[in-house]
Unconditional design. Structure first.
Length: 132
């Protein structure tokens, strides 16, 4: 055990101690790296799950929004068609009423013309009788 007291022995012990420290720090570093890798992997899995959940929710929202939009469009088309049909019925009624009024006016004017023609005919006969 005298070799401990020699400088070579001390250097050997010191070298062994430094080797042990290097091994220990390397081991701890590897252990921390494994822990960090595991935490990173867990974070990535969590992010991936969150992204997948968000994607599913977004797809659901898009599908529901599309369905609501289609329902709104169908309802709007139905209402527009009903309004067009109602407008067409009103136009037909207005046209029929206009035709009836026109026929009434023409009938009244025809009877006035007939009366006027009869009056003119009698007046002409009286004038001709007076002249002859």
């Amino acid at each position: 055990m005298d070799w401990f007291n020699t400088s070579a022995g001390m250097a050997s012990i010191l070298g062994l101690f430094f080797c042990f420290l290097m091994w220990y720090f390397a081991y701890q570093s590897q252990k921390e790296n494994r822990r960090a890798d595991e935490r990173l992997r867990q974070m990535l899995e969590g992010m991936q799950k969150t992204m997948e959940d968000g994607h599913k929710r977004l797809e659901t929202i898009i599908v529901e929004s599309h369905k609501r939009t289609q329902d709104i469009i169908a309802e709007s088309n139905k209402r527009a068609q009903e309004m067009i049909e109602e407008g067409n019925k009103r136009m037909e009624k207005i046209t029929e009423d206009g035709q009836k009024r026109t026929e009434q006016i023409l009938s009244a004017m025809q009877s006035r013309w007939d009366i006027s023609d009869e009056f003119n005919k009698r007046l002409l006969e009286k004038i001709l009788d007076n002249v002859a």
